[in-house]
Design a binder for this molecule. Structure first.
Ligand code: SF4
Ligand code: SF4
Length: 262
């Protein structure tokens, strides 16, 4: 499957993710297959199994980047971050901001910067899957999101660490003009980023349950051609009815497609 993906000229790399990818004993072999197919390889992990031995095995098999969940970092995760920054890999600390932890944004971003992470991804909580049940509790109010962004902005300015929004935030809520230390991203799914499961099924985004096709049976070009309308609808999604009359409508890519259900 990795050979199929690497044959596509625009493909830059693959991120092994989950669930928790390091629960698989063959994670390093999977990384090696991707690396041998000519892909850049990253691993997105909660860090609890990322000890020095695991880091060394993954690096020796071609892993170049670690994305470590840093939302509520316990001892193992803090050690994982400290060890990963001492490897040859670049390291991102990913923080999910939600209704119960947003006041800790300053502490979490400062800690990740002090540990030596190369970057911090701020991911606003979006209720999907089983989290829909706890959505109300974890949902972030706009004023809490803004105050969390201000804390992250202060960390970026005082430490120089690169902080960006992993899950996009609509420009009518916040932008780089208000928080100059933060890079604001847009959703790239269905354009330059795709989700592929272990059976080769392709989806527009990892949060989407809709299978577009199987890469072991069909080429990416054919799958994309067959699903062109569906993918266009996904990309053009807008969160509010006010979007139609918004002056930014033409150049706004909205927030996460699953924010209010897609
Ligand atoms: S188009 Fe919609 S989401 Fe984008 S800035 Fe305007 S109101 Fe906000
Ligand atoms: S739809 Fe949401 S979860 Fe999927 S890539 Fe876009 S922002 Fe991320």
């Amino acid at each position: 499957m990795f050979k199929n993906i690497s044959g596509i000229p625009e493909t830059k790399g693959v991120t092994l993710t989950g669930g928790e990818p390091l629960l698989r004993r063959d994670a390093a072999q999977i990384a090696r297959s991707a690396f041998d197919a000519g892909l850049k390889v990253a691993v997105a992990t909660n860090g609890t199994l990322l000890n020095k031995t695991a880091i060394s095995e993954l690096v020796n098999n071609g892993v170049q980047h670690f994305d470590i969940g840093f939302t509520d970092p316990g001892r193992e995760t803090r050690l994982a971050l400290a060890s990963a920054v001492n490897s040859s890999c670049s390291v991102t600390a990913s923080i999910c901001l939600h209704g119960l932890n947003h006041r800790r944004t300053g502490m979490l971003t400062s800690m990740a910067a002090a540990f030596g992470a190369d970057s911090i991804a701020i991911n606003r909580f979006i209720p999907t899957g089983r989290a829909i049940r706890t959505g109300n509790l974890l949902q972030l109010q706009v004023e809490d999101l803004l105050s969390a962004l201000e804390m992250a902005n202060q960390t970026a300015i005082s430490t120089g660490i690169h902080i960006y929004t992993g899950v996009p935030i609509e420009p009518c809520i916040a932008s780089n003009k208000d928080f100059p230390g933060i890079s604001f991203s847009t959703c790239r799914c269905g354009e330059t980023k795709w989700a592929i499961d272990h059976r080769g099924n392709l989806r527009t985004c990892e949060q989407s349950s809709k299978m577009l096709g199987n890469l072991l049976e069909e080429s990416l070009e054919d799958i994309l051609k067959r699903n062109a309308v569906e993918i266009m609808k996904f990309r053009q999604w807008r969160p509010t009815t006010g979007c139609e009359s918004c002056a930014r409508n033409n150049d706004c890519f909205g927030g996460c497609r699953f924010q209010t259900g897609y």
